[in-house]
Design a protein around this ligand. Structure first.
Ligand SMILES: [Zn+2]
Ligand SMILES: [Zn+2]
Ligand SMILES: [Zn+2]
Ligand SMILES: [Zn+2]
Ligand SMILES: [Zn+2]
Ligand SMILES: [Zn+2]
Ligand SMILES: [Zn+2]
Length: 1772
């Protein structure tokens, strides 16, 4: 009833309408005329809820086509073509990126990382040969190709290279015809006005009167639901189902998707009352949290016009893209101020956050296609945008949409253009424009002290959103002016911005102050992350400001003064001072106690000033010079804040701040971390160095000592115990930290401006010290180096300068290579490198000592490296080394080292002192070389009593207090050095004692060496013992690794194949027929239970033993990937389809257990799990409901146990297999009679619905129909089946057989367990066949022999499966097996194949599955009673079965001979029969032997019967045919060999233990003729009849000749592999970027995921593509996996560059097989290096998939990453 008011489409004549429009246009009021038309037609087109196609047609006819005619006055297509011709070839690519498209950036040429290329431009340009980065676009943004400002070189690709002719700028509007220009102006203006009017209209139930339809409005309303960021999909879906009448789950899901994608959706249409009702329900039932869903009732007419607006914007975009002139015209009009002073564009801009998502996106796209594509207009737009920047950002901060759908995101398009940014900074105060609103946002966050306080409790996101402005600031500063680009105007404007920026830093200075907790621990962890986040965002801006300042003297001076003044405002003026005297130097120190007063780790203002300070030298300025005269700029005060931080950290190291908890530890961690240290720790050190260069050295040290609280410690008397002072330990550590700080202040000179170094040197030094820890891969290095964007040197250059790349050692393993430091760089190693954390330091030292030892260098010392020279401004720092205070400290510690007892000494102190002395000696030597005699460390060191020489000597001779060899080594080195330098100063005296000392230390060394050697020997012994034990454990734990080498002692396997073949090598073994060789024992004969460690013989009547096993459905060998696995419930598995589209696979880890041991083990898991489930669901990596468990030894995923049956021949007596004289023909005849007899009886029996229309007949009733001699032999043949001599199986073995059969049935078919189902035994046979085929295919793929190459767990598993298949008839009623057997036989011997989906004709049956089933079932055919010993061991029966099945297989091969060429499925995989290849072999034909000729005539005959075309040129030559047949049946023969070998135990001949493609050895083992024609000839007319019957079936004919029918296979079956992937990863990204979500008409898919099995791409982990399987909501990937891989899948998430493995409802992620040039994968494309396919890892994935290891891999991954458990994998 809601739809009753359909508005009839009104009368309409285009020419009258156009005439009217043209007339009004000339009069200057086009808009009213347009509106008059629109108010009728907009409603009729968009207000009637037409289907999209119809709406589209109507819109074109009534709305857009008239406008196009209006504009052109003739056929629009013609006019547009003409206009296009006038366009200048665009130099700008400007391609707008869709989500997921690849983008490229050149690291050599891009001006900044936001400059990107699209794939076309990249591939047609020069940058592909440069060092580039690749990424996927998040949507938005466009290609910068052709933008000269974006690239330092090669700005154009070949597609966009500039056209010289059109270089002169010409106004493109002038190329338009004048009248067209007039009409276009009027139309564009009118359209824009209309758009702005409608989109800014904010009433829901009516429109401006000139758009309103005349008369009363119809009662047709819409309930509109809007997007928000609060509600989840599920909440929205639930609410909708409740609120909207008749809303299905599917519809609700579609609405929710639409709302999410477009920002709003119509959820209900109807009269006002019902719409309002719907709205109320939504409003009242959706209060999750506090906010209900936003929902509005709107009148249809309003929505119709809004819809038209959106379409109109798209149309306008299309129009302006047609011509440069139209574009320019449109841009100018849109920016033209209206009566109120604002242009239409400004109105849209300011209204942005009022619009819903899709309206915003379209208006931004219109902007991008318009103003941003036109250089001239872009400039104007930039000015407008900047003018409204504060408003736009204010709206943005209050809004809740993502940044990229807000107009604020356009800033990146403008401010990253250097010329625009420069123009805006100079003329429009851009820096200040950005900073002022940001400061305003900060104002709200200030605390009482005027400092920012970013507490977590405040949950409004507006500040976080405001922080986007910092990006804009960064962009605006990207392009630094060179020294001659500065103008007064720029200086002025920059300094204004600078001042605002300093205000921000001032607000940050002192954030999150900490105060030492005493007594109680902190109650709650204070907030610290917010401040660090802000700091990290400001980092880039800080360095940009510093760099700008460094390019102009005037600016530098002003900026420095501004910063210094701002800093002096921060100072605490109330601070008191006190006097201290050390070594005769008295200093007035500031009073402050870090232990009791607050300290902040955030000092951006101090640090900024320090950063500026290093440039002073560039302008010949110095501290306190008149130009820089700032009130209150006192270096002593400047070092205070950073010094406090150092003391705080030292105290924390000393354990004084334990009660302050993790918040402080985290702050300290990040303070030093590579992400933050550049603008924190490094700058603090710099500030202290500035202090050390500006303050008198003694005074500086006293300030430090005072702040560290060490003034007492440096008094000699401190060492005298006073009885009570328990702070000594802390003082020792503080002293160590103090010495460390001195080492850093003196030794860290790798800052350009401070030391005489370049930026490259700095970076190299970082790399050297990282590589001193250990060799590192490229990604490890880059993770530990500062962000490359802030560096002024190239990371890669630095790395290559100091290191060599070593490729991964072992070929074939997928792994990354490592960088190793070049030898000559090791001397730069400094253990006190300030970026080392404690672990780094000790690890590096260890590595370096080890390296020295390995080099066998006599000297293991790691001496302090020679530091670079300070620049003149900082030269004063080295003066510290010869200051009275330091020399005093050094001497004091040396004395304490020598002393017998010292309570305040530590070896660490000594080590640091020695390094300081080393530094002093380096310094002294340099000064001597330079002829500078002012530096006299040696002189001062020799003054005291005892002097340094004496102290050092006594330490070297008697190092009793020193425990570390490294310190001793260093000591000797220092002494040596000291004496050397002393000699250089020429004040040296005797050098006698040195030699003495050296020798004595040598003796000492000798003794120590001996002692060490003794210790080492002892240690070695211990280690060896330990290793051998570990080895054993390892072998046990990693049994599968050792299996192929047979090192596993827990299993005794029957004599291995090798031995047998040797002992019997005089005669090649034969497995079947009259001449069957003697069997031997194969498989497991004796096993140790891994649970109770007891060893036991495998026998049929004792305690059963089992193998851990895993059964799964599988599609890996499917020859028809488009076919879905048949539902297990309805599957008739007796005849397996030849395309192997689904099967059940069983594997085992090969570990044996007692059945009862396993049962109690599994029970225990169940109990434990049941208890746990109630508390924590999903806590296991395996699914207990699915009976899954992990093998108790190797943790392989298992879900069943395979019973171990003893060797079959041991279960029968020899007399069972007596001599029978029966021909193949007679045997076949007997069987056919049996089948016919059974079928005949069926027709008389009434049971029509019986799925098994057979009534087995007794043997005697068959022999009755035979000739006497035949009958007796036939009787004799079956005698063994009723022989009950063989013992009965033990109860426990029977139980396990039942258990395994049940599991195979339920997991193999994916159905509920059902003991009594007649299919149980069939599935057991099938899993045996399927597993063998899989092994055969895998080994064929790898070109490996069948025997001897596969791991013993596979061998054991197959052996167990075959034996189980042979005995599983014991657990079924004999009647059922008999019926199966009859059905099987009738399949080949009469017309007994199935119907429908089942195999229907000979080519549909997989012959190996058939062979296994019939072999296992045949012995039951004539059994009587229930206790038959019907083992399939009769060699004649087996031989004839094989002959029959092989004959059938050859017929298949002949019928399908020519399929290999045209089978679509097979294409590109393995092509088997290639004529051209044959011809190449010597260019001559092979001899056609008799066999070939016979086969050829058979071939012709068979094909004729099947209705194939008469012989033609296409047919093979006889020799070609033979060859093809042999090749095609080889896999079957290989499988049969595996089967009969395991069944009979006849050993494998030596020939077959190597890879061979010959059929002959297989034939002889299987007792088959090598001339296949013999299988057909002289076998009696019955066989002939049977073959005829196969070939003359109608089904066969239609299958072969009608194209539509099910596809047929070709032999040999090709081995499946995963799809081919391109070498270049970006190709894949590009390929996938055009993928759209299949269920929401052409929309982007967030996570396109590609199935690597079939290549299909699905829209994963998204509501839009969710479906249901068995009442469970599943994502598209799971759904696909269910169909494509029977629940197991391997998929590639293309945008993330990662592989998803899925197994049921579990899964895991692993890296995609793509690596960069360093051999490293890049999950998530974080680094962006070009990636190429790693063939080896892809091959490993292929192997994992094909050998069914995905579930196993998933379980293991989950086991080791428990967080994977929480992912809802089924939603992927
Ligand atoms: Zn491009
Ligand atoms: Zn280009
Ligand atoms: Zn380049
Ligand atoms: Zn046991
Ligand atoms: Zn195991
Ligand atoms: Zn989708
Ligand atoms: Zn697939």
């Amino acid at each position: 009833m809601a739809m009753k008011n359909v508005i009839a489409t009104p009368e309409y004549r285009q020419d009258t309408l156009l005439e009217e429009w043209w007339n009004s246009c000339e009069k200057g009021n086009l808009l009213p005329a347009l509106k008059k038309h629109w108010r009728i037609f907009v409603l009729s087109v968009f207000g009637n809820n037409h289907d999209p196609g119809k709406e589209e047609r109507l819109a074109h006819k009534f709305l857009f086509r008239p406008m196009e005619y209006f504009l052109c006055r003739q056929d629009p297509e013609v006019v547009f073509e003409e206009l296009k011709a006038k366009n200048m070839p665009s130099q700008l690519c400007g391609k707008v990126f869709k989500t997921g498209e690849p983008t490229y950036s050149c690291r050599d040429c891009a001006n900044d990382p936001t400059c990107v290329l699209c794939i076309d431009c990249f591939q047609n340009g020069a940058h592909k040969n440069h060092r580039y980065k690749m990424n996927t676009s998040g949507g938005g943004g466009y290609c910068d190709c052709g933008d000269q400002e974006a690239w330092t070189s090669h700005p154009f690709c070949n597609l966009h290279s500039p056209n010289e002719v059109n270089q002169d700028e010409k106004n493109p509007i002038e190329t338009l015809p004048v009248d067209l220009t007039d009409r276009a102006s009027a139309l564009f203006m009118a359209a824009l006005q209309y758009i702005v009017e409608v989109l800014t209209w904010n009433q829901c139930d009516n429109l401006p009167s000139d758009l309103q339809v005349e008369g009363e409005l119809n009662d047709t309303y819409i309930t509109m639901l809007f997007n928000d960021e609060v509600h989840t999909f599920d909440q929205v879906i639930k609410t909708l189902q409740r609120a909207v009448k008749h809303c299905t789950a599917q519809q609700a899901r579609e609405f929710a998707t639409l709302v999410d994608r477009e920002g709003r959706a119509t959820v209900y249409r109807g009269c006002f009352t019902s719409c309002e009702q719907c709205r109320t329900i939504i409003d009242s039932t959706s209060r999750h949290g506090s906010k209900p869903l936003k929902v509005q009732v709107m009148h249809t007419v309003v929505v119709a016009h809004q819809t038209f607006c959106l379409r109109l914007m798209v149309w306008l975009q299309k129009m302006i893209e047609k011509s440069d002139g139209l574009r320019r015209l449109f841009c100018l009009l849109s920016m033209k101020p209206q009566e109120d002073g604002k242009s239409l564009m400004e109105k849209l801009l300011l209204h942005d956050t009022q619009l819903w998502k899709v309206a915003r996106i379209l208006s931004h796209q219109l902007l991008m296609a318009g103003v941003l594509m036109d250089q001239e207009c872009k400039k104007q737009f930039a000015v407008i945008f900047t003018k409204w920047y504060p408003n736009v950002m204010r709206d943005f901060a209050r809004d809740d949409h993502d940044h990229e759908v807000c107009v604020a995101s356009l800033s990146v398009q403008i401010y990253t253009v250097p010329s625009l940014a420069r123009m805006l900074v100079t003329d429009h105060d851009l820096l200040d424009v950005i900073l002022v609103p940001f400061l305003a946002a900060c104002e709200e966050k200030k605390n009482a002290n005027g400092v920012l306080s970013l507490s977590k409790a405040d949950r409004t996101p507006s500040f976080k959103r405001a922080c986007f402005m910092l990006y804009d600031l960064k962009y605006a500063l990207l392009c630094k002016p060179t020294s001659d680009e500065w103008s007064d105007k720029l200086r002025e404007s920059f300094l204004r911005g600078h001042q605002s920026f300093l205000k921000l830093l001032k607000m940050m200075q002192g954030m999150d102050e900490v105060k030492r907790q005493t007594g109680m621990h902190l109650e709650y962890e204070p907030e610290w992350e917010g401040a660090f986040n802000l700091q990290m965002r400001v980092d880039d801006v800080i360095s940009s400001f510093t760099e700008w300042c460094s390019t102009d003297r005037t600016v530098y001076i002003e900026a420095y003064k501004q910063a210094a003044q701002m800093l002096s405002q921060c100072r605490d003026t109330t601070q008191k001072s006190e006097q201290h005297t050390v070594c005769g130097h008295t200093v007035k120190c500031l009073k402050y106690d870090v232990q009791s007063q607050p300290v902040s780790i955030h000092l951006p203002l101090s640090r900024y000033l320090a950063g500026l300070h290093v440039y002073m030298g560039d302008y010949n300025l110095q501290f306190g010079c008149p130009e820089l005269n700032v009130q209150g700029l006192d270096p002593v005060k400047m070092i205070e804040p950073p010094l406090k931080v150092q003391v705080l950290i030292a105290q924390s190291q000393a354990g004084l701040w334990r009660r302050n908890g993790y918040a402080l530890l985290n702050q300290i961690y990040f303070y030093h971390n590579v992400k933050c240290r550049q603008e924190m720790y490094d700058k603090d050190i710099l500030m202290l160095q500035i202090g050390a260069s500006a303050v008198d050295s003694n005074e500086f040290l006293i300030h430090l000592l005072n702040r560290y609280g060490l003034l007492l410690w440096i008094r000699p008397e401190y060492d005298v115990p006073t009885g009570q002072d328990d702070n000594v330990r802390q003082t020792i550590m503080l002293a160590e930290e103090f010495l460390n700080l001195l080492l850093i202040i003196l030794g860290e000179r790798y800052v350009p401006g401070l030391g005489q170094v370049t930026h490259e040197d700095t970076l190299k030094r970082e790399v050297i010290h990282l590589l001193c820890i250990s060799p590192m891969s490229n990604s490890e290095l880059s993770k530990n180096l500062p962000d490359s964007t802030n560096l002024k040197a190239d990371i890669e250059d630095a790395i290559h300068a100091v290191a060599n790349f070593r490729k991964p050692t072992s070929v074939g393993t997928a792994g990354s290579g490592k960088f190793e430091l070049k030898n000559e760089c090791y001397k730069e190693f400094n253990p006190y490198f300030y970026h080392y954390c404690r672990t780094d330091q000790s690890q590096a030292e260890e590595t370096q000592i080890k390296r020295k030892k390995e080099e066998k260098s006599a000297n293991h010392t790691l001496p302090p490296p020679v530091p670079p020279k300070f620049t003149p401004q900082f030269a004063q720092i080295s003066n510290l080394l010869q200051s009275d205070v330091l020399v005093h400290i050094l001497s004091l510690i040396l004395q304490r080292s020598v002393a017998v007892r010292s309570r305040s000494w530590s070896e660490t102190q000594l080590d640091r002192v020695l390094h300081l002395i080393g530094l002093a000696l380096h310094e002294q030597r340099r000064n001597i070389h330079e002829g500078n005699h002012n530096f006299d460390f040696i002189g001062k060191a020799l003054k005291g009593e005892p002097n340094f020489t004496q102290l050092l000597e006594s330490l070297v001779t008697d190092p009793k207090n020193i425990s570390h060899d490294s310190t001793k080594d260093l000591l000797s080195w220092i002494l040596q050095k000291f004496i050397e330098v002393r000699q250089m100063t020429s004040s040296a005296e005797a050098n006698g004692p040195v030699e003495q000392l050296a020798s004595s230390s040598k003796e000492e060394n000798e003794a120590a060496k001996k002692r060490k050697a003794r210790l080492a020997a002892k240690r070695k012994e211990k280690i060896i013992a330990k290793i051998s034990q570990m080895q054993q454990n390892f072998i046990r734990d990693n049994a599968d690794l050792f299996e192929s080498t047979d090192a596993d002692s827990s299993l005794t396997r029957g004599t291995s194949e090798m031995d047998i073949s040797e002992s019997a090598h005089h005669e090649t073994p034969v497995a079947l027929g009259k001449y069957q060789s003697l069997p031997c024992s194969i498989g497991i004969t004796k096993a140790t239970c891994i649970l109770c460690q007891e060893e036991q013989e495998i026998s049929h009547n004792s305690r059963a033993m089992v193998l851990a096993g895993f059964v799964q459905r599988s599609t890996v060998m499917s020859q028809c990937k488009s076919r879905n696995p048949t539902d297990g419930e309805n599957l008739d598995p007796l005849f397996t389809s030849s395309d192997l589209h689904v099967g059940s696979f069983t594997n085992s880890c090969g570990h044996t257990m007692h059945a009862d041991c396993w049962q109690s083990f599994f029970q225990a898991i169940l109990v434990k799990e049941r208890r746990r489930l109630s508390r924590i669901p999903h806590s296991l990596s395996y699914n207990i409901v699915q009976l899954e468990y992990l093998c108790p030894l190797c943790e392989s995923l298992s879900n069943t146990v395979i019973p171990l049956v003893p060797a079959l021949h041991s279960l029968v007596t020899d007399s069972d297999l007596c001599d029978v004289n029966l021909s193949f023909g007679d045997w076949l005849d007997g069987l056919q009679k049996t089948v016919k007899n059974a079928t005949k009886q069926e027709s008389t029996s009434a049971s029509k619905g019986d799925p098994f229309p057979f009534l087995p007949s007794s043997l005697s009733s068959i022999t009755k129909m035979m000739a006497d001699s035949v009958a007796s032999n036939f009787q004799l043949l079956w005698q063994y089946v009723n022989n009950t001599k063989g013992g009965r199986f033990s109860e426990s073995l029977m139980e396990m057989m039942k258990k395994f059969a049940k599991d195979v049935y339920s997991f193999g078919l994916g159905v509920d367990p059902d003991d009594m189902n007649h299919r149980v035994s069939i599935v057991a046979w099938n899993t045996c066949a399927y597993t063998i085929i899989n092994l055969e295919q895998y080994l064929r793929y790898e070109n490996k022999p069948l025997f001897g190459a596969s791991p013993s767990r596979n061998v054991d598993c197959i052996n167990a499966l075959v034996k189980f298949a042979a005995v599983c008839s014991h657990i079924m009623p004999q009647e059922v097996i008999k019926k199966h057997c009859l059905r099987l036989l009738s399949g080949l011997l009469s017309n007994g194949l199935g119907e429908g989906d089942d195999p229907q004709c000979i080519i549909d049956v997989d012959m190996f599955h058939y062979l296994v089933a019939v072999t296992m079932a045949l012995p039951s055919l004539y059994t009587e009673g229930t206790t038959a010993s019907n083992l399939p061991l009769n060699s004649l029966n087996n031989q004839y079965i094989l002959e029959l099945v092989l004959t059938a297989h050859i017929v298949q091969v002949m019928l399908l001979h020519d399929r290999s060429q045209d089978g679509e499925e097979g294409k590109g995989w393995v092509l088997l029969y290639d004529r051209s290849q044959d011809g190449e072999e010597g260019g001559m034909e092979m001899e056609n032997d008799a066999d070939s000729v016979a086969l050829m005539s058979m071939y012709t005959e068979i094909r004729r019967k099947a209705g194939c075309l008469p012989p033609s040129n296409n047919d093979p030559l006889p020799w070609q045919l033979t060859r093809h047949i042999k090749r095609a049946v080889l896999p079957f023969l290989r499988c049969a060999t595996v089967l009969y070998h395991n069944l009979t135990g006849v050993p494998i001949p030596a020939q077959l233990q190597e890879w061979t493609e010959e059929v002959e050895p297989f034939c002889s083992y299987l007792s088959l003729p090598t001339s296949f024609s013999e299988l057909f000839l002289n076998q009696g007319e019955l066989l002939e009849r049977v073959v005829n019957q196969w070939c003359s079936s109608d089904v066969l004919r239609s299958r072969l000749y009608s194209a539509s029918s099910r596809s047929v296979v070709s032999y040999p079956l090709p081995v499946n592999h995963l799809i081919d992937l391109p070498d270049d990863y970006s190709q894949l990204i590009n390929q996938i970027s055009s993928f759209t979500c299949p269920s929401s008409k052409g929309n982007d898919s967030q996570l396109p995921t590609m199935c690597l099995v079939c290549g299909l791409v699905v829209c994963s982990q998204s509501y839009c593509c969710q479906t249901e399987i068995k009442d469970m909501k599943v994502g598209a990937a799971t759904e696909h996996t269910y169909r494509c891989g029977a629940g197991v899948g391997i998929l590639l998430r293309v945008r993330e560059c990662q592989i998803v493995l899925l197994a049921g409802t579990k899964g895991c992620f692993i890296p995609a097989p793509y690596v960069d040039s360093y051999g490293e994968t890049d999950q998530g494309l974080r680094r962006g290096n070009p990636l190429h396919l790693c063939k080896d890892s892809y091959k490993n994935l292929q192997k994992m998939w094909f050998t069914h290891c995905i579930p196993e891999t998933v379980a293991h991954n989950i086991e080791s990453h428990m967080n994977l458990m929480s992912i809802h994998w089924q939603h992927l």
